[in-house]
Design a binder for this molecule. Structure first.
Ligand SMILES: O=c1ccn([C@@H]2O[C@H](COP(=O)(O)OP(=O)(O)O[C@H]3O[C@H](CO)[C@@H](O)[C@H](O)[C@H]3O)[C@@H](O)[C@H]2O)c(=O)[nH]1
Ligand SMILES: [Mn+2]
Length: 693
């Protein structure tokens, strides 16, 4: 009886479905009216007199902006079409002995920006997961090849022998020591911290830290930490822990995280070969020991298991402030888009916090007739051990435990982690089924996308307690660096032959295609620039480009504005709470203070600040000109929408204006400097513009 109960349920809220679809319908009717209004202008002008270029050009620009925005909006509706949520029942899983073994991959690259202590906390948190003692195997990939990280891992191994039995015995809610002990800092003796002894100790540690290798030219290093088989009580056993630093040579491209992922796929293949693996960024500790069991509720469900590639958990962050001024929690992705995609073939691969089926990346095509060792070697490389692991039954105990030859296995793993191993093989090759794909800095998006194209599905699991907690980017500079990397990564894929609409178009539904296309095509810059400059320049020059107040089309424009804003607020507030430049995870007290207080930190490059400041100056000028026109010429009726747009842009950018004019702190230095430079350059141009008006 118990067995027939489902392991998970999928809910579709009828109310949300109704609201979303009605909104889509009404909004698209209004858009059609607006497009009709624009088209009729060109039509009338074409048959009447020849329109002046000065009027035609802005109309053309604003019409194309509206067209592009409508297209983006239309793509975005795919997320709203069928939003699903899921619940899981880990207590209904089969007994511990029937659970599959699980490899865990953790990645770190630089001990300077990714503090070793935080990485070790992540390692311990997964080692302490509530999963049968011998089944998880934890691998740490260190792309920085730092002795600090390796020594840290050795220490962690020693500490784990005490920590993990403690967590198991007392059912500690989070296996991350830092999270568990936080609060203890309050009791730290401040006299001790001020003492000379403390200072000398700190300097010693600092000096030790500097001895880290951190090089881009080194051989592979692999170290396996495991208990001897004679170990005592079950509760005292701890998972296998492996340190891997792949070989790096300046002459060989390292393929960033995708390269590191493929090395761990191979190394773990010969050592533990678990049928599933969990991928975590170094800052994402496991916040709920039952996370793996929750994922198994999907992977072990016979109904979907054969086609399920991965279970994605949302990225949640431990350092989000009340105001969250930079939207560091990435609400649209994890609260709207992924749920919407889950109603189709499944969410995107988010890079961290997911449980992947090994078969989907290694050996998808391995039907019996294909399992020719020669062919396998061509695809997977020369390692016999690896080919054997591909052919063997999954879930086998790892080789070393069975008394295998330790040295030869270590040598094999070093071969698998060498930078020449992939030459001539199919690793990372586009459209092969071998490993993570190269060619985009957003390896997660690219790989997830091709998995979906090959017919695999994914599910999104978002339980109330965050399963994994990471460190969000909390400075403007980091947020901009991160989104630039993502956009260029997505765009690389979007404009390649892997464009969602042309790559294997028959494999996925039109709605799922639309979701992927919406992410891959960063077109919003075009309407954004259009709306931030065209109505304003026209206002300054006295050219009306929107309907008069209280005309029929004015109602259409107002409806579109209110409909867009209210839907946005409903989703964000009402509903629920090209080089891989890694983000900084060091908590800087001053920056952290600003973020927590909701104070914008403008210490970023003028490349980002320049456009922002110019737009604000333009909108301020056009708003003032608009008001002056209303008073002296009395044409507010014709110009109302344009005056309103300028005003609205100024209101939503208030923090920048505050930084430019009111604030005196040094955090806004760059902004002030940009402002001064722009003013100087703008003065002459500004005179010209005003002269035209
Ligand atoms: O050459 C590299 C570069 C990065 N990393 C690791 O990749 C992870 C993600 O890097 P981070 O700087 O934190 O980037 P984020 O923007 O936070 O990462 C998101 O976006 C990436 C794709 O751009 C995905 O790979 C990540 O999983 C996803 O969390 C970190 O653990 C790094 O240590 C490596 O192992 N090797
Ligand atoms: Mn990160």
């Amino acid at each position: 009886m118990e067995k027939s109960l489902p392991l998970h349920l999928c809910h579709v809220s009828k109310l949300t479905l109704f609201i979303n679809r009605t909104h889509t319908l009404l909004h698209s009717i209004a858009i059609s009216f607006l497009l009709y209004y624009r088209a009729s202008f060109f039509f009338q002008n074409a048959i009447s007199a020849t329109p002046k270029l000065l009027i035609l050009l802005p109309w053309l620009f604003i019409s194309s902006s509206e067209l592009v925005l409508s297209f983006i909006w239309l793509l975005g509706q795919a997320y709203r079409w069928r939003v699903v949520t899921r619940s899981v029942f880990p207590e209904r899983l089969p007994g511990d002995e029937k659970l599959p073994s699980l490899d865990v991959f953790i990645f770190t690259v630089d001990p300077e920006t990714e503090p070793t202590l935080a990485v070790m906390n992540t390692v311990l948190s997964v080692m302490a997961m509530d999963y049968p003692t011998e089944k998880p195997h934890v691998y740490l990939s260190d792309d920085g090849c730092s002795s600090l990280t390796l020594n840290g891992l050795r220490e962690t191994w020693a500490f784990a022998k005490f920590w993990i039995p403690f967590c198991r015995s007392y059912k500690i809610a989070s296996g991350c020591p830092e999270a568990y002990f936080s609060g203890v800092e309050d009791h730290v003796d401040s006299d001790l911290i001020g003492s000379d002894e403390f200072k000398t100790q700190r300097e010693k540690i600092k000096a030790k830290k500097k001895t880290s290798n951190h090089t881009r030219d080194h051989p592979a290093i692999v170290e396996v930490m495991m208990q001897d088989s004679s170990s005592d009580a079950v509760n005292d056993k701890i998972p296998l822990l492996v340190y891997v630093s792949r070989e790096k040579r300046p002459s060989h491209p390292n393929q960033y995280k995708a390269g590191a992922l493929n090395v761990l796929l191979r190394v773990s293949g010969v050592l533990s070969n678990s049928p599933y693996f969990l991928v975590l960024d170094c800052d994402m500790y496991c916040n709920d020991p039952t996370a793996a069991r929750k994922a198994m509720c999907f992977h072990l469900d016979p109904e979907i298991s054969h086609s399920l590639a991965f279970v994605q958990f949302p990225q949640r962050f431990r350092n989000i402030s009340k105001h969250d001024i930079y939207d560091s929690r990435i609400r649209s992705a994890f609260s709207v888009q992924w749920q919407g995609m889950d109603g189709q073939r499944g969410p995107c691969l988010s890079g961290t916090g997911y449980f992947m089926k090994r078969l989907s990346l290694c050996g998808n095509r391995l039907s019996n007739e294909d399992a020719d060792p020669m062919k396998l070697r061509q695809a997977y490389g020369p390692s016999n051990e690896l080919v054997a692991s591909l052919c063997s039954e999954n879930d086998k105990p790892h080789v070393m435990k069975n008394g295998g030859d330790t040295t030869s296995i270590l040598e094999e793993m070093k071969l698998l982690a060498s930078c020449t191993y992939e030459i001539g093989t199919k690793w990372g090759e586009e459209a092969s089924s071998v490993g993570y794909l190269y060619g985009s800095v957003a390896e997660n998006y690219f790989t997830g996308f091709t998995l979906h194209s090959k017919g695999w599905i994914s599910v999104y699991c978002d339980p109330p307690r965050p399963q994994f907690l990471g460190c969000a980017t909390t400075t403007l500079n980091d947020c901009l660096t991160q989104s630039t990397r993502w956009c260029s990564g997505f765009f690389d894929v979007g404009i390649s032959k892997y464009c969602r609409f042309i790559y294997r178009p028959w494999r996925v539904s039109i709605l799922h295609k639309m979701c992927y296309a919406e992410l891959a095509l960063p077109l919003s810059f075009f309407p954004l620039w259009g709306f931030a400059t065209i109505p304003q320049l026209c206002l300054i020059n006295g050219i009306p480009i929107y309907p008069k107040v209280l005309s029929t089309f004015f109602v259409v424009v107002s409806f579109l504005f209110l409909s867009a804003i209210s839907k946005h607020l409903y989703e964000r507030i009402g509903l629920r709470e090209a080089r891989f430049m890694t983000t900084n995870k060091v908590e800087d007290d001053k920056k952290e203070y600003l973020y927590q207080q909701g104070i914008f930190d403008f210490r970023t490059s003028t490349m980002f600040l320049g456009p922002m400041v110019s737009v604000i100056i333009l909108n301020a000028v056009s708003f003032l000109v608009g008001i002056a026109r209303a008073i002296f010429i009395g044409d507010l009726n014709k110009m109302f929408v344009q005056v309103f747009i300028s005003f609205y842009i100024l209101v939503i950018n208030y923090p920048v204006i505050e930084g430019m004019i009111i604030r005196k702190d040094n955090v806004i230095k760059n902004l002030k400097a940009t402002n001064v430079v722009l003013k100087k350059h703008g003065e002459e141009a500004g005179v010209d513009v005003l002269a035209c008006a």
